[in-house]
Structures are given as C-alpha cells and as structure tokens.
Design a protein around this ligand. Sequence first.
Ligand code: HEC
Ligand code: HEC
Length: 386
Amino acid sequence: MLKFNKKLILSASTAAALAVLTAGCMGGSASTSNTTTEVNGKATIDGGSTYPVMNGKTGPYYVNPQVAADAPKINNGRVPTANELAAWNTDIMPDGTGLPEGSGTADEGSDIYDAKCVACHGDFGSGGGGYPSLSKGNAYDLQKTLTNNRWKDPEADGPVREFGSYWPQASTLFWYIKDGMPHPFTKSLTDDEVYSLVAYILNINEMKIDGVDVDDDYVLNREKFLKIKMPNRDGFEPNIDGPDALNDVRAYYANPTNFGAQNLKKGAVRCMTNCQKETARTIYIKNGGIKDFLPPMSDVRSLPKEKKVAVDAAAVYKNTCEMCHGNGVGPGLGAKSDWAPYLADGIDSVYKKGIHGTDGGMPAKGGSSLSDADFKTVVDYLINGK
Ligand code: HEC
Ligand code: HEC
C-alpha cells in the first residue's frame, strides 16, 4: 500500500475544507487544527486512504467545499428502518426467496408485452435498436452455440447470449422485470402481470417446465416457476449455484491455476519482475537500412528534405495566364507600357493584387493554386517577358 508521510502546512482557508473532508472520510476523528494537519496515509473505514489536500486541491482537482461540507452528514446518517430496508431488499433468489405468490398465462403476457414492452424489445422479443432481445428462438438449441469455437470451425454461429440460451436462473428474469421494467415506469407491474410476462418470455424462447411446453394457455405460478431449469444452468465456471455459491466462487478465485496460471514446480518461486527471458531476436538496421525492402527501409529518423523544384514560369504562363494576358485582357507579356500604370504603385502592390484578384477582372492568382512565392515568380515572368 502506498504511504504518504509528509506533513502538510495548510493555510487557514484550506484547513477548513480539509477538516470537513477528513471528518467525512475518517468518521469525524480528524484534527481540526488550522496549522499543521496530517491527513496522508490515514486509513478510512472502507479500507482506502485520505487524499492529501493542498491549496484547496487534491492533485489537479479542486475540492468542492460545499460537497465536502455535506460529507459528515452522509457519514453520520442513521440506521435505516426495517421498512426502508425492505423497500430496497427486493432480490428474488433461485431458491424462491423473495418470489411472490401469483399466476398468469403466456397469452395474458403477450397482451401486456404488446402494450408495455414491444416498443423497445421488438416483436416477439426480437430486440434491436440497442435494446436487448428477449428471445432469438429455441433456448435449448441456442444454448449449444455458447461452446461454438469459431477458431476451429469458422462456419459455426457465434455464441448467442440472451435470457433463454445463457442465463442460469429464471429468478433473475422475474426480479429484473418486477424491479426494473417497463422502463421508465419501473415497479408498476403487479405480481400476476410479471408471472404472465415471464410465461410469455418462456413461450417465445420455446421452453418447457418439467417437460411440459409453456404454450399460450400454460398457467405459470410460484410452484411451477420454481421448477424451471434454464438450459445453461450448469454452464458456468465456477459454480455459482447453491447455498454455498459465494464460498465456492471465493475458493475458485483463490487458486490462480483455476483460471490459467501454471502450477509451479515444487520449491520454485514465482517470478514477479523481469521475467521475460531474453530470447527475442534483435534485428539491427545498419546504415542504408534493411536491404530486403524495395525501396530499402531507411534508418534515418527525420523525413527526407523536400527538394525545392523551381516553378516553370513559362509553362504556367502558357497554361494559366496566356488566355487573358496574351489576348489583350489584362496587361500583356513583357509589355512595359501595359504594366507601367500597375507598377506605379510598386511591385509589392502588383503581387498583392495579383494574389487576391481585382475587380477589374484579374482572378485571385489567375485561378491557379500556386504558392505565393511561385505566383510571384510567374508575375515577374509576366511583367518582364522572361
Ligand atoms: C423504453 C424502453 C423499454 C421498455 C418499454 C421496456 N424495456 Fe426492458 N429493457 C430496456 C433496456 C434499455 C434494457 C437494457 C438495460 C441494461 O442493459 O442496462 C432492458 C432490459 C430488459 C431485460 C433484460 C434483458 C437482458 O438480456 O439483459 C428484460 C428481461 C426486460 N428488459 C424486460 C422488459 C419487459 C418485460 C418489458 C415490458 C413490461 C420491458 N422490458 C419494457 C428498455 C425497455
Ligand atoms: C481570366 C483572365 C485572367 C487570367 C487567367 C489571369 N489574369 Fe492576371 N489580370 C487579368 C486582368 C483583366 C487584369 C487587369 C486587372 C485590373 O486592371 O484590375 C490582370 C492583372 C494582373 C496583374 C496586375 C494586378 C494589379 O492590379 O496590380 C497581375 C500581377 C496578374 N494579372 C498576374 C497574372 C498571372 C501571373 C496569371 C497566371 C497565373 C494571371 N494573371 C492570369 C486577367 C487574368
């Protein structure tokens, strides 16, 4: 764990913000001294540590004194009442804990679905538009796609992970709908309505309970619900089922060899730093680069210098300027008397007007895309005739 042990000297104003902040983080035990306060490295009740505050900031971030002032109130909150807890404690567990009595048919569920769910989850739970599908077909068939290995069999379908094919427990479906759907009018469904919707979703996933098809008229109730066995019930590792699931999962993850790490030989110590053996081949790029490439790869880091190619003023004139300047529209090539009035304002004015164009009919840069410098070269050529 990182240790901060510097003492911070705080100004009076930052000490005030700091005092509430540390009080918030450390259960009110912080010193409120406004000269020297040690906050760094003190463990908080949740196992973290306080952030150092200096000049009203922690790192690059300003501490909002208002939020900090509220912190102690949150921290000193009261124990929730039994009713408040019950309102939050809504989970429905695989063993039936939390599962209410009630009943409904897939047929009834279909009507509720069309009224309250279809807008987002699509016809027959097909999903789309960013909303999850609730069925993609026969759950038992689709469960088999979960172990498809497209590396070995490129023709195989990718794994289909939706309620019917993937979820290990139906209790999650009941809980999810009862607690979180229909978005955004959550908790608006009666228990019977949820039973109907669950029956409908089982129906469109072509599922059976105890070997019996959940057809349109199937009456789903608490007793039958608890007999649902999801196709992928045993498809998870570690085993997340049963009363000891939590400990099973902990034990599983306590042993890294369960998820890919290799067993060490007896007495060996696991390498933690500079473990890469220096077996990688080194390729040296000698002067002139790698010869196998055409053109050879360069080992020069900077870009090659651009070669300045002088503009061919005569050619540009011919292609771009002559149609006007060679036909009496605009001063002629090398025609001193034509140019005299323009040059009266100085060559810089002539360049400038040529670059920006004039109301008298000269298009900007003569319609070319020359750089300013190149254009000037062409102007020189145009004025002098060489
Ligand atoms: C306004 C849109 C909207 C409506 C209406 C709606 N849902 Fe949902 N539903 C969502 C969204 C969004 C998600 C995914 C939420 C997430 O993943 O965080 C979702 C998730 C779900 C899931 C979990 C699916 C999964 O594979 O993760 C179920 C089951 C579900 N809804 C059932 C229903 C039922 C039943 C109704 C009707 C009573 C309903 N929803 C109505 C938007 C909606
Ligand atoms: C579409 C016709 C046309 C083309 C193409 C054209 N010019 Fe002109 N140019 C004119 C006319 C007309 C004038 C006179 C403008 C005026 O008196 O305001 C002029 C004036 C100029 C002037 C003098 C600007 C001033 O007012 O001082 C320069 C410099 C010039 N052109 C350069 C060029 C160059 C270089 C090209 C080719 C890259 C070119 N022009 C192409 C029509 C053209």
